[in-house]
Design a protein around this ligand. Structure first.
Ligand code: HAM
Length: 436
């Protein structure tokens, strides 16, 4: 029996891997423009971190963690998200003491949740996200939402809906929690098992129930907006006003509660439905957390962040034919083709020079005839073929063929540096002509 991949995991190969790279590089570049710095926390953490950080009423902690005892009998968990780990990193390294606040970090990597695999839902998936810690003003909420929005714009995602809500401060949430308990008390025995647990642990999470019969009851529940303290009302109004000023469209959704316990005040999700009607749910989400740093053992610093689900974003891009294979940067600039074994050394020397000039260069090192090499160049969507035969070796030159226009030019090796960028850039000039 051949060994296959673990359920809920997936291989990323070829053009799809290229698409992941493009998406991740846009996210990185944009975050760096907003002056966030990269951090790389470990995948493995003590289970206690997530129980304390994310809260043991959350589905992720109760049902979805990959937790095991290591050989030293320590309970360890493969991270189900980044935020708690980043807070541990900040506290353990006292980053708040040695750096100016707010701390601004971005991260990228795999996370693990034992969920039922379905469209856009994996057991190992990748998140890209940011955390801004130690900023007291609600303008920082806007800075973080604006970065997420700019990234999605940059990815040319048109059908994004930003849903936003406030969970208020502790005072507001306590009052709301009491009201929800009172409201659900006569219904709870007829609701699902999850809701029964949520009723005891965190009644706000009942609002997130997906069971249709329970949703009918939820629709009649009291609204958070009626229980907000004056301070929370003012903060939320300020956030919405700034979003208006920046021209970032949003929908206030007072049933948005988010699935993790650390949130307070502003929470948000970016939802996406593709052109052909596939609903991907949230492609990214985040919010403000007031006491998470303190919960992990650090000072009482607030934070705000978001994480994108890379798999979902890649699926959406493919579904809506945005940044598709043809529109992706062609990955090979020059495909070097030696005509015969005896010309390989010189061909290799030219390939190295092209690589040294920052061009993506591949070379055919197998025994292959010219037509077969051209086929390979086409398959790799190479922009140019570089042909090296006996003549070329003797006269220290090469033939460069534009794979789109089929034009070819001869270039002396000692003119390479001077002329190669001009030759290469004609491709872009040509693309622009076509677009016009
Ligand atoms: P989250 O909503 O649990 O938030 O996950 C963020 C995003 O990860 C989701 O919007 C979704 O796109 C993606 N995602 C979640 N589960 C799966 C899955 N099983 N398969 C594929 N993609 C998935 C957090 O993780 C928070 N740490 C976000 C945050 C950062 N809040 C503050 N800072």
């Amino acid at each position: 029996m051949p060994i296959i991949n673990v359920k809920g995991t997936h291989d990323v190969i070829g053009d799809e891997a290229a698409l992941y790279s493009v998406v991740e590089s846009i996210m990185r570049t944009m975050s760096m423009q907003y002056a966030f710095n990269e951090v790389r926390p470990p995948v493995l953490e003590h289970s206690e971190l997530f129980i304390r950080g994310m809260g043991n009423s959350t589905d992720v902690v109760r049902k979805e963690m990959y937790t095991f005892l290591d050989k030293g009998d320590r309970s360890l968990t493969l991270r189900p998200e980044f935020t708690a780990g980043i807070m541990r990193m900040i506290v353990q390294n006292k980053l708040y003491a040695t750096n100016d606040l707010p701390l601004k970090y971005f991260y990228l990597g795999p996370v693990f949740r034992y969920e039922r695999p379905q469209l856009g839902r994996f057991r190992q998936f990748n998140q890209f996200g940011v955390e801004l810690v130690g900023g007291q003003s609600s303008f920082y909420d806007v800075e973080v939402i604006s970065l997420a929005y700019d990234i999605l714009q940059m990815l040319r995602l048109k059908n994004v809906v930003l849903k936003i809500n406030t969970l208020g401060d502790e005072e507001s949430r306590n009052a709301y929690r009491d009201a929800l308990k009172k409201f659900f008390a006569p219904h709870i025995t007829n609701m699902c098992e999850d809701c029964k647990n949520r009723y005891e642990l965190n009644p706000l999470r009942i609002l997130d129930c997906k069971v249709p019969e329970d949703q009918e009851i939820v629709k009649l529940a009291p609204k958070m907006s009626d229980f907000l303290s004056e301070t929370s009302k003012t903060k939320f109004a300020q956030v919405l006003k700034s979003l208006d000023e920046l021209g970032i469209p949003y929908e206030v959704d007072d049933s948005l509660v988010r699935g993790l316990d650390y949130y307070s005040e502003t929470v948000f999700e970016f939802h996406y439905t593709s052109e052909n009607g596939n609903n991907y749910g949230a492609i990214g989400a985040g919010g403000h957390y007031s006491h998470l740093v303190q919960e992990i053992g650090g000072p009482d610093l607030p934070g705000i962040g978001f994480s994108f689900g890379i798999e979902r974003i890649v699926s959406v891009l493919k579904d809506d034919n945005i940044l598709n294979e043809e529109k992706l940067d062609q990955f090979v600039d020059f495909y070097v083709m030696p005509l015969g074994e005896e010309n390989k050394d010189y061909a290799y020397h030219i390939a190295s020079k092209l690589r040294g000039l920052d061009f993506v260069t591949d070379i055919c090192l197998d025994k292959a005839k010219l037509p077969a090499m051209f086929k390979r160049a086409e398959k790799k969507r190479a922009k140019f073929a570089v042909i090296i035969g006996e003549n070329e070796v003797n006269e220290k030159k090469m033939v460069i063929k534009n794979m789109t226009s089929q034009e070819q030019v001869e270039l002396k090796e000692d003119e390479l540096l001077e002329k190669i960028y001009g030759i290469h850039d004609q491709i872009y000039e040509c693309d622009e002509c076509e677009e016009k």
